[in-house]
Design a protein. Sequence first.
Length: 336
Amino acid sequence: MERLAGWMDDAGLPGKGAPIEHRFLSGGTQNEIYEIRRGDERCVIRIPPPEAPASRDAGILREWHIVEALDGTDVPHTPAVAVCEDTSVLGRPFYLMGFVDGWSPMGRTEWPAPFDTDLTARAGLAYQLAEGIALLSKVDWQARGLHDLGRPEGFHERQVDRWTAFLDRIKGRELPGFDEAAAWLRAHKPLDYIPGIMHGDYQFANVMYRDGAPARLAAIVDWEMGTVGDPKLDLAWMVQSWPEDTGSPEAAEASYVDLRGMPSRDQLLAHYAEVSGRQVEDIDYYVVLAKWKLAVVLEQGFQRAGDDAKLQAFGPVVLELMASAAELAGSSEYTS
């Protein structure tokens, strides 16, 4: 804490001279997040834990560039405060972001009031979720200095080869439907492709909301997978498991959150299209890609599960996702 305080003082951050209080908020093998208090000042530190691989150092700095680039835009985000690349301070690079008052759907067994009982208010949570990435897709990533963040050229042409090679490296079993979905993706392409910032893992777990109704998105968080690519893949990632009937009892268990009372998938797509200005007629292409890619990503966790019950649970989920991707590929009327 003394080294951190000294660095903050040298950086001219508020609270100079005051002692630091800290509180663990969340974290795992890749990142740890703490609330930092200095007098009346509050912020949040995001840092790789000591056991995280060395590659996370570059990952933290990538995240910082995205968070910093979003300052001054209308995308809900955590304000950028400062970044430290000097590992002598805390052992790993880290960055500070503004503290956001609100709540996260992650780790909850039910929605907070009034969204637990007011289904009209609850629908706003989904519309706000869609609006977050719609606004993100409109950010001028080149003007914001993110021209080195990803490789937008050839984004779709790389996807099948990249994730097929990835699966070959970790493969421990056959995944029925993989080849069928991959062949369909090779034979199709989006109607258009407008590069933009994409989150990479966009879902309820990676956003925060303001307290109370109406629903208001407070911040998109966890930019670990952020890049410049096709923003509509974020949209597909969000809706790929959306239930057909959000009024049915099954919608309560279709996800890790209760989706009863939420808008239909078509309503979410229409809202995204209105806010983003992008067409969504080719959404089937993106949903096949999202399901297929997510299945491969989760398969990695399953293959290294060992005795980890959480990772073991990925096993049947992977098979369901891959079968669903192949089924959509076989039934979709999308022809481009």
